[in-house]
Design a protein around this ligand. Structure first.
Ligand SMILES: NC(=O)C1=CN([C@@H]2O[C@H](COP(=O)(O)OP(=O)(O)OC[C@H]3O[C@@H](n4cnc5c(N)ncnc54)[C@H](O)[C@@H]3O)[C@@H](O)[C@H]2O)C=CC1
Ligand SMILES: CC(=O)C(=O)O
Ligand SMILES: [Mg+2]
Length: 371
């Protein structure tokens, strides 16, 4: 199969979808891999390493896309990438479609087969291709929040751990999944007072057990969120309803109850964000202030630590890439009931129910397309 790896073009996105190690593996299986020149540079993988792995380098982005049967990316396609995509091609990348009607319609119009990393499931009920980047983003959320609390960033001037004689900051994490646990763990490590809110009792039990009561676990209700809003210096938004738009859990009116200079880090922004006042920002300009509250809403947080993130992401994606390359999308999805929910768009049709519901579109059962 002809496989293409374009250079990512989203603002300050330095990850790449395939490492030289991955390229070598695909080439050894008889596939042709074309990497756009410079695609791996931001993650520390020079062109020469891909060449040594048996991949072809191509400087002309149009040629990279045009010849491909399978396109491997990291971030959701930007508009100029959507314009390059065509029927008969398979795209494998993060898509986050429920937050992006224009992108959804663009992918439908392309006629291509679009498989999202973030809706593939596993036997344990997890999201194995979202989890590595959620781990990174959760850990980064506290770094970003701590920095945003500094006065020069518009923050309240609170230091997360406090100092002897001065109490630590209060951190609330809404959603105790992969992002939430990693954020809470970092905040605990820095000495903050940490509360995690989740709607899943089993999840709260796991956290309570794992951290031996060192973080408070609270069932997520409107009252509990009100209290977190009133008390916290930093709130991390980390909820997810897989494939769907995030619920808005903090409204604009509620910001008036927050301490001036408090910080909201909305990691769920790639699914539309879980705070009413969230809008996606970039690493170039990560924060803005609404009603005295600093908002950090970068939709590709892991792109900033591209070396670590690329290795973590490709460790997880590689078995799926190999299945797509060896068998083609139809057989690869037919053979694996957990890979199948990755299919979001095929030949003009939406195949993921939560995405179709977000935009009042017809949804086609993906199982019908592969049987
Ligand atoms: N901004 C970025 O760069 C990145 C964003 N993300 C995003 O972070 C979000 C979270 O991802 P994961 O932690 O992997 O998901 P997850 O599925 O592991 O965890 C989500 C948690 O939210 C909980 N939840 C759902 N509704 C809730 C509510 N109303 N109140 C409290 N908790 C609720 C669920 O029970 C679950 O435990 C996703 O939108 C994901 O796409 C992930 C990586 C990078
Ligand atoms: C999950 C995601 O959106 C990211 O890693 O950028
Ligand atoms: Mg995004």
């Amino acid at each position: 199969m002809q496989i293409a790896v374009p250079k990512e073009i989203k603002n300050h996105e330095y990850r790449v979808a395939l490492t030289p190690t991955g390229a070598r593996e695909l080439v050894a299986r008889g596939h042709r891999v074309t990497v756009q020149a410079g695609a791996g540079e931001g993650a520390g993988f020079p062109d020469a390493a891909y060449e040594a792995a048996g991949a072809a380098l191509e400087a002309d982005v149009a040629k990279v896309w045009d010849a491909a049967e399978l396109i491997l990316k990291v971030k959701e396609p930007q508009s100029e990438e959507v314009a390059r995509l065509k029927a008969g091609q398979t795209l494998f990348t993060y898509l986050h479609l429920a937050a992006e009607e224009r992108l959804t319609r663009g992918l439908m119009a392309s006629g291509a087969t679009c498989i999202a990393y973030e809706t593939i499931t596993d036997r344990q009920g997890g999201l194995p291709l979202l989890a590595p980047m959620s781990t990174v983003a959760g850990r980064m959320a506290i770094q970003a929040g701590a920095h945003s609390l500094e006065k020069a960033q518009g923050g309240s001037g609170v230091l997360l751990p406090g100092v002897p004689g001065v109490a630590p900051a209060k951190v609330a994490v809404i959603g105790g999944g992969v992002v939430g646990e990693n954020a809470a763990r970092m905040a605990l490590g820095l000495g903050a007072e940490v509360t995690v809110l989740d709607k899943s009792i089993p999840r709260l039990e796991t956290l309570d057990d794992r951290y031996q009561g060192r973080m408070k676990t609270v069932f997520s209700t409107a009252d509990a969120i009100d209290e977190a809003v009133r008390e916290s210096d930093l709130i991390v938004g980390a909820v997810l309803i897989p494939g769907a738009a995030a619920p808005k859990l903090i409204t604009r009116a509620m910001l008036a109850d927050m301490k001036p200079g408090s910080v909201l880090v909305d990691v769920a922004i790639d699914q539309g964000g879980c705070f009413e006042t969230s809008r996606a920002t970039t690493h170039a300009e990560p924060t803005y202030i609404v009603d005295g509250v600093v908002h950090y809403c970068v939709a590709n947080m892991p792109g900033a630590v591209a070396r670590t993130s690329t290795q973590a992401l490709t460790n997880a994606t590689m078995p799926y890439v190999i299945a797509l390359a060896d068998k083609g999308w139809k057989q690869a999805l037919a053979d694996d009931a957990h890979f199948l929910p990755g299919l979001n768009v095929h030949d003009g049709q939406v195949t993921y129910r939560a995405v179709a519901e977000a935009f009042d579109l017809e949804s086609v059962d993906p199982a019908r397309l592969v049987s």
